[in-house]
Design a protein around this ligand. Structure first.
Ligand code: E4P
Length: 227
């Protein structure tokens, strides 16, 4: 399961990419609204930092299929290779996906997915990823983890190349549950990415090892001080 950062704050992205094996960055209009200004200033800065090998997911906001397709081409023209255009999995969105798959090489992430059938149709349209909203599904009284797992099963059973990129998480346990079943990718907020490995027992164990070493070798000493 790949891990991506669902955020647009460059300082957070830099910090997390430095520490963790991050495959890319996902954004949506709400995330971009937290930065404000020209969205391409934000997105170009992210692209400049993560490089062209990493994934950058950017949402189109037009409502009509032809407009979504034009917006998708505009986004990719500016942000370059490995930019995935997020298109809502609704009827006009499906039409836009078909137009783009027929007329371009643009990579598509089907988004705003609440049901397995949205993901299946998006897969048939040629989307590279389908993004179920785990926590939002939970909040509606359904089981977001189960929906994401069902989508993965549908893709496997139908030998589709579309991958699940699970989104909208409230806690690290939800991410763990999807990791266990080998989902394609998860995009998580900076807080949840840090929480995946946050545990005071881990810190205590590391502190104790260092204290024991310094106890006989001297404060600040490491293995580099010996040969
Ligand atoms: C991803 O495609 C979504 O834009 C995002 O993860 C939604 O997350 P939220 O439910 O926390 O807003």
């Amino acid at each position: 399961m790949k891990l991506l950062i669902d955020d647009a704050h460059l300082d957070e992205i830099k910090k997390l990419c430095d520490l963790y094996p991050v495959a890319g960055v996902t954004t949506n209009p709400t995330i971009l609204s937290k930065i404000g200004g020209n969205p391409f200033d934000t997105l170009k800065a992210i692209r400049g930092f993560i490089g062209e090998e990493a994934e950058l997911h950017v949402q189109a906001v037009s409502r009509r299929a032809e407009d979504i397709a034009a917006e998708a081409k505009h986004i990719v023209n500016i942000l370059g290779a490995n930019t995935y255009v997020k298109i809502p999995a609704v009827p006009e969105g499906f039409k836009a996906m078909k137009i783009l798959v027929d007329t371009s090489e643009i990579l598509i992430t089907a988004t705003a997915i609440y049901t397995p059938m949205q993901a299946y149709i998006a897969g048939l349209c040629g989307a590279s990823y389908a993004a179920p909203y785990v926590n939002r599904i939970d909040n509606m009284g359904f089981d977001g983890i189960r929906v994401a797992q069902e989508i993965q099963k549908i893709f496997n059973a139908n030998r589709m190349e579309t991958e699940v990129i699970a989104a909208s998480f409230k806690n690290s346990q939800q991410v763990l549950e999807l990791c266990k079943c080998g989902i394609g990718a998860a995009t998580v907020s900076p807080e949840i990415l840090s929480a995946l490995v946050k545990n005071s027992a881990i810190d205590d164990a590391v502190d104790k090892f260092i204290a024991d070493f310094e106890g006989f070798a001297g404060v600040g000493k490491t293995m580099c001080d010996f040969r």
